[in-house]
Design a protein around this ligand. Structure first.
Ligand SMILES: Cc1ncc(COP(=O)(O)O)c(C=O)c1O
Length: 398
């Protein structure tokens, strides 16, 4: 009954794990989920108030498929500052979350057989989305010694006549690695030699960084001449703690933007109007709350990192942004837990969940074996409790 294509699609691993931990919690277990990709604090107050006002004012109907004008203008203005190149409202389209911005961008530029370069570890959905369009993911493994970032040499050797697109995600989900301006310069030199390659930059975590800046470095800071080849993705979900409001966006040249808007108009129509009104406020007036969020995250990162690194059997990469610890569990592989061998990081995650009711996402879901992703966007005392439990689990390995 089902199409071949739909049968080849796996459910999102992170959402599946989140469901599993809810199920265990419903059975009465004290589950600590470090699997989810969302902040635990509330949506910004300015946004909530604006949405309530919009609903009361009757702003509850269809809106233009490319987004309400106020929001496209606010995005263009803030993006022009963040990217240090000028964007106009006709270079913006608003989508149902950043996820759909990525999918409709891919749908707008990829033909079957096109090659898409994806550095690993990658966000779970990129390769699946590319495959859904019968295009070909070309995965570039980026190891710990290179801080999980793609080098210019790796990029150069991956580009062929068939390369249509590079996907870059900084700060990265799952590692939190951030490309520096210097690293971007090296990548830009390669990209400038290959004008047929478009670049999708997933910037969804670009305001959640720990170096006291407001926004992470970007390819456009070092190579503004790439602007017409870039599709920049962002959204309200992570920065403003608005995961459930489903508002994302893309900035690109008008031809791509209008293709994406047409695609959205024929599939899901538009992102919710009152959510969009709320996001306008979050962008314009959310600065103070965003600053607080950054501070809170940095504190939690430091605490989680210190606690994890007290455990000798595992170690974490120190992230520069986002809210994940990318934890190396390779030393536990080959050991046994209650008579059962840990063959890989997926076994590690499963046994940890069964024994200690702590949920982490196995690294293979992000394309790199030997790691587990733990979110630290949870309350500090719960994080500490989670790490204590991980320590108890590790103490039982032989
Ligand atoms: C790297 C990355 N890109 C895009 C998204 C999509 O976010 P949303 O669709 O909630 O805006 C996520 C969410 O987890 C993400 O981690």
């Amino acid at each position: 009954m089902l199409s071949k294509k739909i049968q080849s699609i796996k459910p999102s691993a992170t959402l599946t794990l989140a469901a599993k931990s809810k199920e265990l919690a419903a059975q009465g277990h004290d589950v600590i989920s470090l699997a989810v990709g969302e902040p635990d604090w509330d949506t910004f107050q300015v946004a909530k108030r604006e949405a309530i006002k919009a609903i009361e004012d009757g702003f509850t109907k269809y809106v233009p498929s490319n987004g309400i004008e106020d929001l496209r203008k606010a995005i263009a203005e803030s993006a022009s500052k963040e990217y240090r190149v000028s964007y106009m409202a006709n270079q913006v389209t608003v989508t149902i979350g950043g996820k759909f911005a990525i999918f409709s961008a891919l749908q707008s530029v990829l033909d079957p057989g096109d090659e898409v370069i994806i550095p690993a570890p990658y966000w779970v959905s990129y390769p699946t989305m590319v495959e859904m369009l019968d295009a070909k993911p070309i995965i570039i493994p980026c190891e710990e010694k290179q801080k999980f970032k793609m080098t210019a040499t790796q990029l150069e050797s991956a580009i062929t006549q068939g390369t249509k697109l590079l996907i870059i995600n900084s700060p990265s989900n799952p590692t939190g690695a951030v490309y520096s301006a210097e690293e971007y310069k090296d990548l830009a030199q390669v990209l400038l030699k290959h004008p047929q390659v478009l670049i999708l930059s997933d910037d969804i975590y670009n305001r959640l960084i720990f170096n006291n800046e407001e926004v992470s470095p970007h390819l456009l800071h070092v190579a503004p001449e790439l602007k017409d080849r870039m599709i920049n993705i962002n959204g309200a979900a992570k920065s403003f703690s608005m995961t459930g409001w489903r508002v994302g966006w893309a900035l690109a040249q008008p031809q791509i933007i209008s293709a994406m808007s047409n695609y959205q108009s024929q599939t899901v129509s538009c992102a919710s109007g009152f959510s969009q009104k709320a996001v306008v406020k979050a962008i314009i007036e959310g600065g103070a709350e965003l600053k607080m969020a950054r501070l809170k995250l940095k504190e939690r990162k430091n605490l989680a990192l210190t606690e994890i690194n007290k455990l000798t059997a595992i170690s974490s990469f120190d992230p520069d942004g986002a809210f994940y610890l990318w934890v190396n569990v390779k030393k536990t592989i080959g050991k046994t837990f209650q008579g059962k061998k840990i063959a890989n990081a997926t076994d590690f995650s499963r046994m940890l969940l069964e024994d200690q009711k702590v949920v982490g996402v196995p690294g293979i879901e992000f394309g790199l074996e030997g790691y587990v992703r733990l979110s630290f966007a949870i309350e500090a005392s719960r994080m500490k409790e989670a790490v204590d439990r991980i320590g108890k689990f590790l103490g039982q390995l032989s």
